[in-house]
Ligand binder design. Structure first.
Ligand code: GRF
Length: 196
């Protein structure tokens, strides 16, 4: 049975869907939810699900990324994860941290990578006049929002869409895509998933 640590920074809606999906004959189970934000709403949702939680406040480390990541690894290690799932985790990780978990760390990004790496993805897609948007689950490598793509889900951009209305439409697909990709990844299968 694979053990999955989920990293969050906010509400944790993706975390909830991932945790809820890991039941029955699923080859993985959640072993920890950790946040860099002590007040993250996802921590209370994780506790309500009976999951172990941890907090490593990045603000306590100022600009010391290595110090923060060493503390993060120290908080994670006792839970012996086989896989790390970044789910709304909003810190850029250094090559040291990524290397520590090379080949077993996933992230979900709210765009159709390689388009729109970085932030404000929905606003950028709307302003570009794109007909479609979506989300991508990828393996985390030292290249920001790079790494092999393990799944994508597409949604239409509709007339009158705002970044908020588009984000809400994409989030529904995130909640379908990420659990499907995690299940396949935990079974050792890296065949990409395309939705719809
Ligand atoms: C989602 O849009 C996700 O794509 C991004 O963070 C946002 C919030 O996710 N990574 P969650 O509700 O905290 O899972």
């Amino acid at each position: 049975m694979k053990r999955v640590a989920i990293l969050i920074s906010g509400g944790g809606s993706n975390m909830v869907k991932l945790a809820e999906s890991m039941t029955g004959d699923h080859p993985a189970r959640p072993c920890l939810v950790v946040s860099n934000v002590p007040q993250a709403g996802g921590l209370a949702r994780a506790e309500a699900l009976g999951l172990p939680t941890a907090t490593v406040d990045h603000r306590a480390f100022g600009g010391d990324r290595d110090g923060f990541e060493a503390a993060l690894i120290a908080a994670i290690a006792p839970h012996r994860p086989d896989i790390l799932a970044l789910a709304g985790f909003m810190r850029i990780l250094t090559p040291r941290f990524v290397g520590h978990y090379a080949g077993r760390m996933l992230n979900i990004h709210p765009s159709l990578l390689p388009d729109y790496r970085g932030l404000h993805t929905h606003r950028r897609a709307i302003e570009a006049g794109d007909a479609e948007a979506g989300c991508t689950v990828h393996e985390v490598t030292t290249e920001l929002d790079g790494g092999p793509i393990l799944g994508q889900a597409r949604v239409p951009i509709l007339p009158g869409d705002t970044p908020e209305t588009l984000a809400a439409r994409v989030l529904v697909q995130e909640h379908a895509l990420y659990p499907a990709v995690l299940r396949r990844f935990a079974a050792g299968d890296r065949t990409p998933i395309r939705l719809p």
